[in-house]
Design a protein around this ligand. Structure first.
Ligand SMILES: *Cc1c(COP(=O)(O)O)cnc(C)c1O
Length: 238
């Protein structure tokens, strides 16, 4: 761990924490209502160690292979690992073996495998249903952004709620490309309100990234997923 990398990360982290606090203050919300999930995809395990040393408790990853390897390498840190990426059916059980929270549950078909994976690992895994904020309500939005349509989330939620080793915690969404984040997050707030009427304990709303966390907090997000504002620009390779 180089001292330069640590100092740079510490400064970025401080700026992001201040942004979250300011957004909470202007929304009249207590700052401890919003959990910072630092998205570590594309960055090495050494950065996860720096983050843990700087007090970060929750990290997010979006690709199965990278996530499982990094979580294993950093198992001693006691972090909470959030899986935030698209889930292939044949990877769902394995993801439930290491992720503490699976934020991207977007179809009923994944639920059985997630539940089996969690049970086999002897764990209970928190789940969020990913909802598409595409204005068209299209479940498979442009640019490969996934998420269940607002009319599909009820079925996914019920499957999660009925699963013995999963716990339904709320909703996750990504602002769609090609429109400002604010109206999309306002739609999300309405969807989340309806969702809580059916599932009162499912109070988490994960929304907001480096560029739009203020809008997300204003619209009721309980979790923000921040990558580049903390760790810098990701390499462009995929
Ligand atoms: C990469 C990613 C983020 C973080 O994005 P930044 O713009 O780097 O903050 C948040 N959510 C999801 C689903 C992601 O894939």
């Amino acid at each position: 761990m180089t001292d330069d990398r640590r100092a740079e990360t510490a400064a970025n982290l401080e700026t992001v924490r201040e942004r979250i606090a300011a957004a909470c203050a202007s929304a009249g919300r207590p700052a401890d209502e919003v959990t910072l999930v630092v998205v570590t995809k594309f960055f090495p395990a050494s950065d996860v160690r720096i983050l843990a040393d700087l007090g970060v408790r929750t990290v997010g990853e979006n690709r199965y292979q990278e996530a499982s390897a990094k979580a294993a390498e950093c198992a001693d840190l006691g972090l909470s690992w959030h899986f935030i990426g698209g889930i292939q059916s044949n990877k769902a059980a394995s993801i439930a073996g290491f992720a503490d929270v699976v934020e991207s549950v977007d179809r009923v078909k994944l639920v059985g495998a997630l539940d089996r994976g969690a049970e086999a690992a002897g764990r209970t895994v928190d789940c969020l249903v990913q909802v598409s904020l595409d204005p068209a309500g299209d479940g498979r939005g442009a640019a490969g952004r996934s998420g269940a349509g607002p009319d599909e989330i009820g079925a996914v939620a019920e499957a999660v709620a009925a699963a013995g080793s999963l716990r339904l915690r709320g909703l996750m969404a990504v602002a769609p490309l090609g429109e400002p984040a604010r109206p999309a997050f306002e739609r999300l707030a309405g969807i989340a309100r309806d969702f809580r009427a059916d599932h009162p304990a499912a109070t988490w709303v994960s929304a907001g990234m480096s560029g739009d966390l203020e809008d997300a907090v204003a619209c009721g997000a309980t979790h923000v997923r921040i990558g580049s504002a903390v760790l810098g620009t990701r390499p462009l390779i995929k």
